[in-house]
Write a protein that binds this ligand. Structure first.
Ligand SMILES: NC(=O)c1ccc[n+]([C@@H]2O[C@H](COP(=O)([O-])OP(=O)(O)OC[C@H]3O[C@@H](n4cnc5c(N)ncnc54)[C@H](OP(=O)(O)O)[C@@H]3O)[C@@H](O)[C@H]2O)c1
Length: 273
């Protein structure tokens, strides 16, 4: 990953190394009570997920997934106190389709990020917040190793017996909404639990609840220079019309000419509001 990227915003334009691009944004420096961010890699026609070829459900398209975007994903994840994931992720994990989110200890390419996390005095892995209405997933022991906490955020409708089972196995189950997990309640309760830097690594329904709750601060979008077509697909946000629409302002924009084997991609980041 020796080729750099061109910073297009803010100006003046300059070439910068890919490694360190998002780490240098130093998300932990924010002095507000919480800082909530999310990211997606998307095709130009807005596809973040397409059907898995031989299993039920969706997956990130292999046409857009790439190592340079993955490096920046790791740089975002390593800065978090807690990573938001979903019941879907744990179901995928259980059937062998999903992997650990942060790879800074088992991938030599990201060893610098593991060292950075240690230097900050942070726990080896961010804790995990699992958003789920169904509570229909197992919690693998590996996810609660080395003192990592897994906190499940769910609705008031859940089966009490299932909650007791999950608490015995995983720790904490928190109600954050009546029929559906509510973004504002979610983030308020995370702040009460002491979490400040909150990264959502999950999909379009969770992005919707964060936007509808007015709690998202920044969205990172990698735009791969490809059009995929096809149906069904997932886009970055799924849910009712957001009223009013959520206004975003451009925070940074980089052109990665080397991305996708020289095809190119844009790394954009937007602040909400
Ligand atoms: N290209 C990318 O950058 C990117 C990024 C993220 C995800 N993806 C892909 O997009 C696809 C969809 O992602 P996803 O399934 O993680 O995202 P999602 O659609 O946001 O969330 C799915 C799960 O989260 C729970 N959930 C969501 N909103 C909820 C609410 N308001 N109340 C209660 N529970 C709620 C539900 O769990 P229960 O079913 O357990 O109730 C639901 O099944 C996947 O294939 C993923 O790989 C792509």
């Amino acid at each position: 990953m020796t080729e750099g990227v061109v910073q297009l915003h803010p100006l003046p334009a300059e070439t910068r190394p890919l490694s360190g691009l998002y780490l240098s944004q130093n998300l932990r420096q924010h002095d507000r009570e919480t800082f909530v961010y999310s990211n997606f890699v998307t095709s130009l026609d807005g596809r973040i997920a397409i059907p898995h070829p031989d299993k039920p459900g969706m997956m990130v398209p292999p046409q857009t997934a790439n190592m340079r975007d993955w490096r920046l994903f790791q740089e975002l994840a390593v800065q978090a106190d807690i990573i938001i994931t979903s019941g879907r992720y744990l179901r995928d994990y259980a059937d062998g389709r999903a992997q650990e989110i942060l790879h800074v200890y088992d991938d030599p390419d990201f060893a610098d990020l593991g060292e950075w996390r240690q230097e900050q005095g942070l726990s080896p892995q961010p804790d995990l917040a699992v958003i789920s209405g169904s509570l229909n997933f197992p919690i693998p022991e590996v996810l609660t190793a080395h003192g990592r906490k897994v906190i499940i955020f769910t609705t008031a409708q859940v089966d009490r017996q299932r909650v007791r089972q999950m608490e015995a196995q995983a720790g904490r189950v928190v109600v954050a909404g009546e029929e559906s997990v509510d973004g504002r309640s979610l983030v308020r309760q995370m702040a009460q639990l002491g979490y400040r830097i909150i990264y959502s690594a999950t999909g379009p329904k969770v992005l919707h609840l964060l936007l509808a709750g007015g709690v998202l601060d920044r969205l990172y979008l990698t735009l791969a220079n490809r059009i995929l077509g096809g149906r069904p697909f997932a886009s970055i946000v799924e849910g009712p019309l957001l009223e009013p629409a959520v206004d975003m302002t451009l925070h940074t924009l980089y052109y990665d000419a080397a991305g996708l084997d020289g095809l190119g991609q844009l790394f954009a980041a937007y602040n909400v509001g």
